[in-house]
Design a protein around this ligand. Sequence first.
Ligand code: PMT
Length: 396
Amino acid sequence: MKHILLGVSGGIAAYKAAELVRLLRKQGCEVQVVMTESAMQFISPLTFQALSGHPVHTELLNADAENAMSHINLARWADVLLIAPATANTLAKCSHGLADDLLSTLYLAAQCPVYVAPAMNQAMWHKTVTQANIATLKTHGVIIIDPEAGEQACGESGIGRMAEPASICAQLLAEPVTQYLHGVRVLISAGSTREPLDPVRYITNRSSGKMGYALAKAAVKAGATVTLVSGPVNLAAPDSVELLRVETAAEMYAAVMANTQNCDIYIGAAAVADYSPTMQPQKIKKHASQSTIILQKTKDILASVANLDLPPFTLGFAAETHDLEAYAQKKLQEKNLDMIAANWVGREQGGFDSEQNALQVFWATGQKTLAMIDKTQLAEQLMLLCAERFNEKNTI
Ligand code: PMT
């Protein structure tokens, strides 16, 4: 049975911690609760005592404990320390090593994995000092369960609400991911490219970068060293990734080619422009009733990587509105790829800029369908499939 030590600090989300205790116990965990003084202003220790079946710990020095040191005993007992909700103050104390109450002292004494689920007003969450504290805690190996966006108890709206108890519970009890790409270097392209027509206009496409960024996160989670070459997107840089920002297809080509020597796997998830105009130095004026743009073919980045003398394992994408399998197989062979992930685009669900997608993956000796699912999970399934083929190729 897993021993979960739950630290509750003083925020309105403390009431959600009660549901968390119930869910964890339902999953067969034994839970003991530690509350800060301000947490007790929001919810009574009696609630947690009733739900956990244990007395609640609130004092740093406990005269009733055998050695008066309940923090050491509790830290030894815990398989996991979870702080939920973690206020800005508690995060700051933990990141700086302050130990002026039972919970902050437990954080220092704990030798088990530590999870924190922050909860606070959106402005407090975005404050540079809070983000610096979060970054420090990550370097200490603390796992942050990100707060969610939405309406807040203070009446404002934004990121800062504690993650839902069911989601915290799922993250806490998830099987540890095996580092199946440990020591492998993965280079990924993501997003669209912008091909300028003049100083104010460009040609682009609907790629949001979500698929490529999800793949980068999945590769990091699997233990890979990841370089992400990204076109213009509206996404935050993934943690622990070397991010190279580019704009045009030519810039993406240069950035990818400059990094192929340091990579074992290349994944071309970007929607690269196939054609590019010659940029006019001045804004194109409106005169005639029709206008023609001459486009030049761009260099094919994926094919260039796959046809290097010593190519990495190459996984390409194919975005098709019709004849999916035929076009995907053609690209697999003509570009000399190891694998290709084909997706229907232009349908209501999936493809460009959606949260979900489905893929039909082909390689020389097989194929697999990955059903419509969230891009985060789809990326994890695809990364595993890619690693299997990569390992197979390297052992032949
Ligand atoms: O970014 P999202 O909104 O999450 O959407 C994800 C996606 C639909 C963009 C992604 O899953 C996808 O399908 N990416 C490839 C889109 C594409 O350009 O497909 P294509 O069939 O035109 O190109 C085939 C392959 O050649 C791709 O791997 C592409 O990166 C590569 N290519 C194309 C042209 C070029 N000049 N250089 C290339 O490397």
